[in-house]
Design a protein around this ligand. Structure first.
Ligand SMILES: [Zn+2]
Ligand SMILES: [Zn+2]
Length: 257
């Protein structure tokens, strides 16, 4: 039996003083993988009952603060805690400079190796995790990721205009996590800011043949998020709002001969 857990650590678009910035923890075996690292992510990992020392892989979608400013404190805590296990950080061009310049300015030498990969459209394999990245359409270079662990597939598409074409690798995910910053009546704002609506997210889920859709990166203007959910479900019934600390457990039976 294959089992994977997703824990939503944050799912809102940015707002001042937010404690709900985008990050998702993927728990596989004894290790974890982090999709984006918004400010305060290390505290939310701890609150979820997990350790920063077990974060093995970090995938950064782009270099907007709401996706990356939690990374340095996480790296520092990992070292202060005595962790010596290497960490893999994958992101768009610029992620290396962001990490290396900050380490140098802070005179911070971690106890462990940091392996940084700057990617565009690429496939990487780390242990039993196969990762495929591809560019999306935001206001600065941004990547989506497909994560395959055992036979479970996650497709992570945030901070983007709706895509008319997806690479084959992204198709038929067990879970699609998709930008849903605005409701449909604010589609002009979505276009202006390089984001998607709940309807765009649902259409992506349908086009990709996703099994489950999580509406993600929701604008803090929506105190009541049911409008986004109802809109999405008109096009894709198995849609849910990604709420902070929500857990999704994916279980697959092993193939029998
Ligand atoms: Zn964002
Ligand atoms: Zn952004």
């Amino acid at each position: 039996m294959k089992l994977l857990k997703l824990i939503v650590l944050g799912a809102s678009g940015p707002y001042p003083g937010s404690d709900d910035l985008p990050s998702i923890l993927v728990v596989y075996g004894r290790n974890t993988l982090l999709l984006d690292a918004g400010e305060g992510v290390q505290h939310r990992i701890k609150k979820s009952g997990y350790s920063v020392a077990k974060v093995r892989i970090v995938l950064i979608s782009h270099l907007h603060g709401d996706h990356v400013l939690g990374l340095l404190p996480l790296l520092q805590s990992r070292s202060l805690g005595g962790c010596r296990d290497k960490i893999y950080i994958i992101g768009p061009p610029g992620i290396r400079e962001f990490i290396e310049d900050n380490l140098r300015i802070l005179k911070f030498e971690p106890l462990y190796d940091i392996i940084i990969n700057e990617v565009l459209s690429q496939e990487l394999v780390i242990d039993n995790v196969r990762i495929y990245s591809f560019p999306v359409k935001h206001v600065l270079p941004t990547l989506a990721y497909v994560v395959n662990i055992d036979s479970i597939k996650l497709t992570y598409v945030t901070d983007t205009r709706p895509l008319s074409v997806f690479p084959d690798a992204a198709a038929r995910p067990d879970v699609l996590i998709h930008d849903s910053t605005f409701a449909f009546d604010m589609k002009d704002k979505a276009e202006e800011y390089g984001h998607s609506t709940s309807v765009d997210a649902a259409e992506a889920a349908r086009n990709l043949g996703a099994k489950l859709l999580l509406l993600y990166h929701i604008s803090p203007r929506y105190k009541e998020r049911s409008q986004l959910l109802y809109e999405a479900r008109r096009f894709f019934s198995n849609a849910y709002i990604a709420e902070q600390y929500m857990k999704v457990v994916i279980i697959k039976r092993s193939a029998r001969l």
